[in-house]
Write a protein that binds this ligand. Structure first.
Ligand SMILES: [Zn+2]
Length: 223
């Protein structure tokens, strides 16, 4: 399979976007070395980071294109080792257009405890619509990571899941939304962790979480 002519321009635009978004991961200190990856869906394909390439070398031409089974369609390098998980999400969550994975420190620390992040900040209600849930322990190599992400997020408002003993995956309508969720996730993971050291957390009532979420998702910002 090759990239169909009618998707050529969209795939090239996505490669440029995804390359630029990869630069956001080290900028917000969400990754070290070559860890972490961003992808974006284009039709029945998606653009993703190549495996094991330094963030300094991740320009648009370095990006690889896969089909929704995770097979390489275009690119001179092998795709990210997390490609199967991204592909599983795209196959099973048609509304998702972007996926991000990092091992960002505070989010991964909650994942190491298998503890969801309780919704105790208004910015959490805004972006995540409640607590950030924990997904199952799963090992790379088959569909189990992708299945764990989908089963956890399918009936959840949160665009982020903490895969137990591993780290966060985030989803969005496009790659930029998923990167935003990854950045905000690390921020709330850090703040709530610090808050816990000082005493008891104060939960936000569900009705307030609901109205904050509705307002932020539908009213806030430029429309
Ligand atoms: Zn990982």
């Amino acid at each position: 399979m090759t990239v169909p002519e009618n998707l050529r321009a969209d795939v090239d635009a996505a490669k440029a976007r995804v390359a630029a978004l990869h630069a956001e991961l080290p900028r917000w200190e969400l990754v070290v070395w070559t860890a972490g990856n961003v992808s974006e869906r284009v039709g029945d394909l998606f653009v993703i980071k190549p495996s094991g390439v330094s963030y300094d070398d991740l320009d648009a031409d370095a990006m690889v294109v896969c089909d929704l089974d995770g097979n390489l369609v275009e690119g001179s390098r092998s795709p990210s080792s997390d490609t199967a998980a991204h592909a599983y999400v795209y196959r099973n969550m048609p509304h998702v257009g972007g996926v991000v994975h990092t091992h960002s420190t505070y989010a991964a620390a909650w994942a190491a405890r298998g503890e969801e992040i309780p919704c105790v900040l208004t910015m959490m209600a805004d972006e995540f619509g409640g607590p950030v849930p924990v997904g199952p322990f799963a090992i790379i190599g088959d569909d189990s990571i992708g299945r764990g992400i989908v089963e956890t997020l399918r009936d959840h408002r949160s665009p982020a899941v903490l895969m137990q003993n591993h780290g966060p995956f985030t989803i969005g309508k496009d790659a930029k939304s998923a990167v935003k969720a990854a950045v905000l996730l690390e921020e709330v993971a850090r703040t709530v962790h610090i808050a816990k050291q000082g005493g008891d957390l104060i939960p936000i009532p569900q009705s307030a979480i609901d109205s904050l979420y509705q307002r932020y998702q539908n009213v806030y910002g430029q429309h």
